[in-house]
Design a binder for this molecule. Sequence first.
Ligand SMILES: [Zn+2]
Length: 93
Amino acid sequence: MRTLLRIVGVVWTILGIMNITESPSMQAGAKSLIGPEFVILFNVVLFIIPGLVLAGLGSLIKRKSAEKKCPECAELIKREAKICRFCKAEVAE
Ligand SMILES: [Zn+2]
């Protein structure tokens, strides 16, 4: 899931870069209704930023999943913990 999210993010980013380089308005001599500045802006906002966020989100989720919520006191404790460090309750795996 995390890996998939990261792959999607990277692919999305590459797609955005490809859209910029492959865009007709970026090719010499081509006259288009939308200028190259718009194509770059459009793709950066729509593809590259979400792509990078998604790719970065993968590592964020990974970091977050290293912790779990204590069923007794709802504090975040380490996933490997067997006893909650806040309320000392036994925590199931
Ligand atoms: Zn607790």
